[in-house]
Ligand binder design. Sequence first.
Ligand code: GLC
Length: 630
Amino acid sequence: MNIRHCARALPLALAFIALSCGTGAPSGGGKVPANAAYRNPSLDVEARVADLLKRMTLDEKIGQMTQIEKGSLRGGDVASLYLGSVLSGGGGSPNPNTPASWADMVDRFQDEALSTRLGIPMLYGVDSVHGHNNLKDATVFPHNIGLGAANDPELVRAVGAATARETLATGIPWTFAPCVAVARDPRWGRTYESFSQDPSLVTALGAAFIAGYQGADPSVGAAAGTGARPIATAKHFLGDGAARWGTSTTGTYKIDQGDAAGDEAYLRTVLLPPYAEAVKAGVKTVMVSFSSWNGLKMHAQKALVTDLLKGELGFAGFVVSDWAGMDQIDGDYYKAMVTGINAGVDMNMVPYDGRKFIDTVKKAVDAKDISMARIDDAVARILRVKFEMGLFESPKANRALASTIRSPEHLELARKAAAESQVILKNEATGTSGGVLPLSPSAKLYVAGSAADNIGIQCGGWTMEWQGKSGNITAGTTILAGIREAAGADRVVFEPWAKFAETDRKAVCVVVVGERPYAEGMGDSASISLNAGDIGTIERARESFDRVVLVLLSGRPLILEEAALSCDAIVASWLPGTEGSGVADVLFGKVAPKGRLPFDWPVSTEQLPVDNFVSGNQKPLWPFGYGLSW
Ligand code: GLC
């Protein structure tokens, strides 16, 4: 056991002694009658909330406001801290990484929560942001930027529902999605988590995902006996995608978690609409952004979190912090926690030292730096969501949904989503009639590129690991496999670096290259360009073939240099997920291209942020909404 655990064990032991001496005895007192009102599902939710709240001790209340990452928990912690929530951070999978192992893990935590005096079920959360992307061999859908290119609300609703089913199958009712950032600078490492630069597109697709995920689909949630109804998170409130380059103060990050600046009109017309619609769509939780607005951390922004979100927009769910996001408010932990909770954070994603957070808040309540009214409001919001989603009645995993994981229906949906997200940026005639696309399924085909046969690259970040990972990381169909399926394997010659032993100048060469996976600020990039290896591959293909098709796998528009721009066809493929056959469907014309650019595509980074395109001050290489058909 490492020193952190030893150090942590001591306070817990002292707390246990205190509790057993009665200093932590519940204000409402002892045993709870089996017929207590809050346990009656036929009662009005508000009546259940009121009944339960009045029975809770301060420890039990603050425990509900505490979310801990599962890796920081030892047996008994969920019960002894009265934890309201547990999460898996990016890549936080059990071992083995199977649906049953996930469900066993979540149910173990739940058994502890249910063993407490009041038996309040804990709420488990995970980042299912493009499918249940931490679960091995789950269906992984295109990241939001691709769904933005498809711009099909019905498709996004279906993706939300499918993601809910596969996540529920592992016992987890809560996803930290959708990200409804209106991204305004593709140098941001989280651009791919945004549907678009355009607030109306983000608004429509964010609401569609929420409707799908939270069970507008009758086959999902308690209605179908599938346990608690799944809940979503609109994140990150607010302006995470509008931070300006160079303003981040987080580690080596350049723009992620930086400062967004603007006036009230900008906030209300560009950044706020997706949240207004998410609240209307009934989203149950909102996550606060690490970033700042006009120099003040969002986690400290009472005017925006409480007055605007909860007051003016009428958000009645609960607000969760981002990962230790409140800590960034101030170097003084006590001050940071007081400020964050008073600003309107209801649940703290601590995520490590729960005892420290709980003791700090207790001290603040005793000192009247945090009012009991604020605590009761936060806890009431959390309890309200738990009652509304049926968690008290269905706290355990519904394992029957495991049959939906990578089901034919889900794979077909992911393939459709991948196809609809493809954007044809260029398709020039090359001596033959019409453009080089669609490809002929009967002609010999050469394929090159480091990303052609790589599930990890085509999925991107937030897949199996927080940062994602290149390689054969989970089940799926690579783009190369999709091409071989469409053209017949014997017609396809593959050489990743375009160093073909023999070539036929008249044949077509498809080059699939792109960004290596990244997440959050680790993906902040000043250049947003292809790497030298990929450029070399494109150049070799260009030298050897009269017709070259460039397929770009990226989490954002990239700055393209001469060799790339010289290709006869260029396809923005984004991060299409595990079903690469959807990309091949468009390349071979099985599915007509319908994708349109969700972002202006810059000529150079000097033109950024995209506000300069929106205002007309700069001209993009290809504009927002651009895309070719045939
Ligand atoms: C991360 C992200 C947030 C995610 C959370 C839990 O830092 O900012 O989007 O939901 O932590 O993994």
